[in-house]
Design a protein around this ligand. Sequence first.
Ligand SMILES: [Zn+2]
Length: 300
Amino acid sequence: MSSSLPFNTSTILDLFTPLPPDLEQDDTSPGFWAVLQGYSLLLPAESEQVQLPEGALPADIIPEEAPLRIGIWQGKPLRAVRIVDGAALPAGYEALPFQGQDIRLDNALATIAGRAAQILHWERRSRFCSHCKGELIRIPASWGKRCPSCSEVHFPHIHPCIIVLVRKGTELLLIRNAAWNPGRFSLVAGFVDFGESLEECVQREVREEAGIEVANIRYVGSQCWPFPSQQMIGFLADYAGGEVRPDGVEVAEAEWFSEDAMPASPGSKRSISRWIMETYSKNRDSCLISNHVLNRSISS
Ligand SMILES: [Zn+2]
């Protein structure tokens, strides 16, 4: 199921209970720490069992802002802090990227780190009102903020993005972003624009990035993507016309690949891009029989 993808709540359902930020923030009972530097999580180096730091925050960790309790992790308070990008790491700690290949950072730790990063990102960007520049205060029991000066309310900014696997017979469309190294390919993706349904966004993004039309657009799953705060909404679609032609600006290459001769798995190992490709390849026999079967098997 897509809900069990890394960074989605189901991945940590048995480990973590979210709490509203204004509930007992002055509680000083000991607990765990999610210490972030950029999109890396600081963990005790060379320990056999990798776990979040517990107890007092080590003295040589200098948080950029006051710690923020974000919930309960394995029965104890979990507080999130961030240290300055590029700062030397405290003695005995290493920084593991959320999207990295280090197997010690399992999906649960990556997921809680992503959640902490997303929350800290919002907290940093919601100090002042974007309407009148007044200082914002918390709306009780919520991550939302309210402006005492002009009464505007502000809620976490989570940006919807579509991502789509386009197929033509036994061929699949992949693109290479102009900023990526040669040989790296992924699925067509992009932000939802004003006035668009998700299906319209899929059609526009495929048209803009690859120059072709698609039809028979089907939802397959979704993923929280905390880099910094996207909601990735995954689709399958069928080719419906036109010649593949990259835009030459955002997209350097757009090509049909045979299902049997794909480039290295697209996307990072924890991404919905990889999940869509792998789930599709496992279910493609059934999808040749019926789109309905494909839709059911790929989303269950
Ligand atoms: Zn205001």
